[in-house]
Design a protein around this ligand. Structure first.
Ligand code: AMP
Length: 444
């Protein structure tokens, strides 16, 4: 299928041509036709799969081709979990709108409320925002959603993780009419709260699954390296970064203090880096991110805060200096590399403190993980499981980094995965992504 096969407004075909986009990604091929029919949908699609255009194209098409329900209320509301992601969505939306005389407003927390009130008085047809601030405007009565035609929840699971369920319910109530179409995108659909939200916000939704969030990302080589302590991790970090000339690098740490400490350490070693710590003002954060996305900064050290919503095509290496507490956060961090078909590498340093997170991630990925070790920097730490579960494997050459030896972890004892009714240990390590469309009712 090509974009030219989709019955989209000619202005959108022109915008796609300008971007040089010809072939829809899998999620776009599956979601756009249903969205154009006005169906509610819930789609799970991994990060970087092109889901933003999957909802923006039908949304703009609708506004360009159908009469509005209301001339004053916004017609499309797109909610994102983070400011960074909302900004990325907004930029893509502006790109699609081109010279059309349509208005879009960005409504983000942490920015001037009154400026947003003024922007809302110009009756934008599109609003992109974070749930908290959009809800604030509803309470303030600076925004009404009675005429809302399309509600889009991007990364709905993440919004719930961040505690936005009450705001989402408020927004839903403010736009509660039969003609509303709702589309929900989420990396994972196995979340009880999300299930509740799906039942309440969506009408007979089409369920679209492209692969699964836990499937191995084909463009990303994932490596796990055991580490004894912070000093050992620092030695591993500098060694890995020197292995080859990576384009851009993101290092994720657990604490703000670590972002600054590591950034100073790297700078002392002549590797210029910049720390995106939570201490910075919103303006300073935006400046750093803009510099990094323009390629003016080579290495970014950050906590989880910025792991989503960054559309960075040149990140060749992601390092988890510390593992995230939640397994799906791992998927999102790793998804900052290997985007839009580029190759990427993700290296996770696993120390004693990371072990519980490592076990969660291993379960989530449902694949056997081999630990890499860097010669001269092997860890004494072999995991917190009984030692008999870990055995030294023969020295092996790694395809990308020639001086790597491996330590193999025996597969965990077979467990019954109650979610899928199969034994996790029997799953093949690599599964080809399968696309499936099924009505939600069949699943329930
Ligand atoms: P997303 O998953 O929406 O964050 O998109 C990830 C990246 O893929 C972005 O840089 C998009 O511009 C790019 N992209 C989206 N759709 C396509 C497509 N059909 N062909 C090539 N690249 C795309």
């Amino acid at each position: 299928m090509q974009f030219s096969d989709l019955p989209l407004h000619h202005a959108l075909h022109k915008a796609l041509d300008l971007k040089g986009l010809t072939t829809p990604t899998e999620i776009q091929q599956l979601a756009i036709p249903y969205a154009l029919l006005g169906r509610d949908l819930i789609a799970s699609s991994k990060t970087g799969s092109g889901k933003t255009l999957a909802f923006l194209l039908p949304a703009v098409h609708r506004v360009l081709t159908q009469a509005p329900l209301s001339r004053r209320d916004p017609r499309v509301l797109i909610l994102a979990p983070t400011r960074e992601l909302a900004k990325q969505v907004f930029l893509q939306l502006k790109g699609l709108l081109g010279k059309q005389s349509l208005r879009a407003a960005l409504v983000l927390g942490g920015e001037n409320f009154n400026d947003q009130v003024k922007a809302l008085k110009h009756y934008p047809q599109f609003i992109v925002g974070t749930a908290g601030r959009v809800a604030d405007h509803l309470v303030d009565k600076s925004l009404y959603l009675n005429g809302l035609e399309l509600l889009i929840l991007d990364e709905a699971d993440r919004m719930l993780d961040l505690g936005f369920a009450p705001q989402l319910k408020l927004i839903d109530k403010a736009a509660d009419h039969r003609k509303r179409q709702t589309m929900m995108f989420s990396a994972t659909l196995d979340n009880a709260e999300l299930h509740y939200l799906t039942k309440n916000l969506l009408k007979a939704p089409q369920r679209i699954t492209v692969g699964s969030a836990s499937e191995e990302h084909v463009d990303i080589e994932q490596r796990f390296i055991l580490a004894d302590n912070v000093t050992h991790k620092e030695a591993l970090l500098t060694k890995i970064m020197a292995e080859k000339n990576f384009r851009q690098i993101i290092i994720f740490t657990a604490t703000r203090a670590d972002t600054e400490r590591l950034s100073i350490l790297l700078n002392e070693q002549g590797m210029h880096s910049i720390a995106l710590s939570g201490k910075l003002t919103q303006g300073q954060r935006s400046n750093i991110m803009n510099e990094f996305s323009r390629g003016q900064q080579h290495i970014l050290v950050t906590t989880d805060v910025a792991s989503r919503g960054l559309d960075l095509l040149n990140v060749a290496l992601v390092i988890n200096f510390d593992l995230p507490k939640l397994a799906d956060e791992y998927v999102h961090r790793v998804g900052r590399t290997g985007r839009a078909g580029n190759k990427g590498m993700a290296v996770s340093l696993v120390g004693p403190k990371d072990w519980p997170s490592y076990l969660l991630i291993k379960d989530f990925l449902q694949q056997q993980i081999e630990f890499s070790a860097i010669p001269g920097l092997s860890a004494k730490f072999k995991g917190l499981r009984p030692p008999r579960q870990i055995q030294e494997a023969p020295v092996e050459q790694n395809a990308t980094t020639k001086q790597v030896t491996t330590t193999q972890v025996k597969p965990a004892p077979k467990r019954v995965n109650t979610m899928q009714g199969v034994e996790a240990g029997n799953l093949p390590p690599k599964r080809k992504p399968r696309a499936a469309i099924m009505p939600v009712d069949e699943e329930e």
